[in-house]
Each structure stands twice: as C-alpha cells, then as structure tokens.
Design a protein around this ligand. Structure first.
Ligand code: MTE
Ligand code: MO
Length: 360
C-alpha cells in the first residue's frame, strides 16, 4: 500500500520510487480523462515534503529590484487576482525507459510514458506579483528556491531552478494554491507552487520560498548540474550542455496495451501528444511502413496552449505483425526525430515511438 500523504493517492499509482515518493498514473487511467483527478496526478519529489502553515508562510522577492519584498501567501490570496487554468506538467524523465532500452542510462528513475498529468490549477498570475516589483534592467532570469530539503553529494539544500525573464510563457504562469478546485495538497507543492505551462516540469517549483531577479540562471544543483542535456559525466560536458527549458514535441501510444489480444478487423489506436513553449499540437500521424506513408489520427481534445491532446485512429488490419510508428507535429512545424537524442540523464525522450502490434 502507498504511504499516507495529505491527499489520497490512487492505489493503482505506479510507484517509481518509494522514498522520496515518485509515481506515475497507469496509462489506461491517464487515457480515461483529459484532467487527472488529484488522486491520480503523477508525483515527482526529490526531497522532503514540507508541511507549511498557509497562514504564516511568506515568499521573498529579492535580487535585482529596487526594493526587496516579502509577501505572505495569505496576502497573495487576498490581494492578487484569482484565476483558474488547465495545464499539463511533464517531467523531463518521461519515456526514459524507452531511451534506456536504446542505450542504458544509470542511476535515474525508470519512468514510462506516464510522467505527466493535467490539472485545473488555480491561483494568482505570476505576472500580477512581478508587477509589484521595480525590476532592474540588468535582471535576466527569475530564480526560484523552495522550502523542501534535498540531499545531493553530501549537501542538504532547497530545490531550485530558473527561467529567463523574457520567457513568453510567464504570461501563463501561476502562483498556484488550488488544484482541481480544492486547496493545493502539500504533496503537490502546497500551500503554494509555480505552474509554468509548456516548460519542463522541473521549473514548476513546489513549496515556493523565494523569487530572485538575477543576471544569470540559478546556481542550484537542479539548474546547473541536473536537467541539462549532457552527453557524458565529465565536468566539461555538463558546463556546455543546454539547460532544459521548453518541452519537446512528443506523441505516445497507450492503446492497445501490451497484453491486449488484437483480432483482425477494426483496431483502435489511441494515445496522447504534447509540445512546449507557445506551440500547439497540430497533427498526429501513424505509419505502418517505417515512415514511408502516414495516416492522420483525430485529435480528441482541441489543442490548447500548455496542454496535452489525446488522439485516436481506427485501422483496418488483417492478421499479421506490424510495426506502428506514431509522430506529432506542432504549429511551429517541429517534428520528432527518428533516433533518440541520448543523454546521460535520459531527459526529453521524444524519438518517434515504434510499437509492435500482433494481429490474429
Ligand atoms: N519543486 C520542489 N520544491 N521539489 C521538487 O522535487 N520537482 C520538480 C517540480 N517541482 C520538485 C519541484 C519536478 S522535476 C517536477 S516534474 C514537478 O515538480 C512535478 O510536480 P508534481 O509532483 O506535482 O507532479
Ligand atoms: Mo521532473
């Protein structure tokens, strides 16, 4: 059975690591609704789950601004506007197992294609808080720190990360304190977290403690060392590796499941697609001949900024073995690569998925 949290998690959650707790939504449950109930929303934690008093906890604004500012969560709720917005969060490790099968990845959590979920988040627009600050023109990044405690290489510190101040998705970022209509549970970052749609989940910092205006990206381990696309573990490889930011375009098949018997005739394939930044999922296509011909799948959910879309297609198949390829294209014309862009930590796997189908 699952450990107990301040919110009930479904007994069917696929636990990727017990402590700290990390779990994905089973693919068939993920497929069954556009918005995941909080009990089924995936969990990615690196350290402790702090229990903070929403009445007394404050957020610090510091760094390159005219006057540092301390604001309580109570004041954020009372003084700033409240908006609700549906957004998908996706972990950089989503589909890591598939990348591992292509070339091994050591010491990282074995996520399937279920390291993502969608919720209706509520809170204050991040912009409404930033507008209270007189930001120095030398500030180029928003640096976030958390109230949790993470251990890495013998040191204990709060999780952190940053995004560039000119990131357009800041317009859609929330200081979230509700999730699916109720108070944001501690397990998902309550009393207050960031939700930054279209950007890798790692930047949607939970248990937000401070926002610093800085001329450089965060110096936190989770910005400078982890969440970079390094080709090797050598220090030089890390220093030059791109820091993860926008989510890549991706498509995943979740139906039929591996254990399903397929009978010749009409066979339904279904899955999800997602992309990053300001792009929208535009089309999902299926190929049964190694990418020579492609057929369009239907998008079940209309494309929305910062959200996944589910797709479906019915194929007439006779008995035999098929290798099915699925790929998404987004509104910027971005497509998925045929070969994985392997990296030491197994991040952002978005190579075209190839699924073996046996029809009898
Ligand atoms: N924020 C803090 N403080 N600590 C964390 O471990 N994990 C990040 C992000 N924010 C994390 C965090 C990562 S890697 C992801 S993918 C998302 O939170 C996951 O959010 P969730 O647990 O609500 O699904
Ligand atoms: Mo993540």
């Amino acid at each position: 059975s699952l450990p107990s949290f301040d919110v009930a998690k479904s007994a069917t959650m696929q636990v990727v690591q017990a402590e700290p707790f990390n779990a994905g939504t089973p693919l068939d449950e993920l497929a069954s609704s556009y918005i995941q109930p909080t009990s089924q929303f995936f969990v990615r934690t690196h350290g402790t789950i702090p229990s903070l008093d929403p009445e007394t906890t404050t957020i610090q604004l510091q760094g390159l601004l005219a006057q540092p500012l301390s604001i309580s969560i109570a004041d954020i709720k009372q003084q700033l506007p409240y908006v609700e917005q549906v957004s998908t969060l996706q972990c950089a490790g989503n589909r890591r197992q598939e990348m591992h099968a292509y070339q091994p990845i050591y010491g990282e959590l074995p996520w399937g294609a279920n390291g993502l979920s969608t919720a209706n988040w509520g809170g204050a627009p991040l912009r409404s808080l930033l507008e209270r600050c007189e930001i120095d023109s030398t500030a180029l990044h928003l640096v976030f720190e958390s109230y949790d405690q993470v251990e890495r290489h013998g040191q204990t510190f709060g999780y952190g990360g940053s995004i560039p101040l000119n990131e357009p998705m800041i317009e859609h970022a929330l200081l979230a304190y509700t999730m699916n209509g109720t108070a944001l549970p501690a397990l998902h970052g309550g009393p207050l977290r960031l939700v930054i749609p279209g950007i890798v989940g790692a930047r949607s910092v939970k248990w937000l403690r401070s926002i610093e205006f800085s001329s450089e990206p965060s110096h936190n381990y989770f910005q400078r060392r982890a969440y970079r696309l390094a080709q090797s573990s050598e220090p030089e490889a890390w220093q030059n590796a791109p820091m993860l930011h926008e989510l890549p375009v991706n498509a995943v098949l979740y139906l039929p499941t591996a254990d399903q018997t397929l009978l010749a005739g009409t066979i339904t394939l279904a899955g999800y697609a997602i992309t990053g930044g300001q792009a929208l999922v535009e089309q999902v296509e299926i190929s049964l001949d190694h990418g020579q011909h492609w057929q369009h799948a239907r998008l079940i959910d209309p494309p929305r900024l910062g959200c996944w879309s589910r797709w479906q297609i019915e194929l007439e198949l006779t008995a035999g073995e098929y290798q099915c390829w699925v790929r998404a294209t987004d509104s910027l014309g971005q497509q998925q690569p045929e070969q994985p862009a392997w990296n030491v930590k197994g991040y952002h796997h978005n190579a075209i998925q190839r699924i073996q189908l046996s029809v009898c």
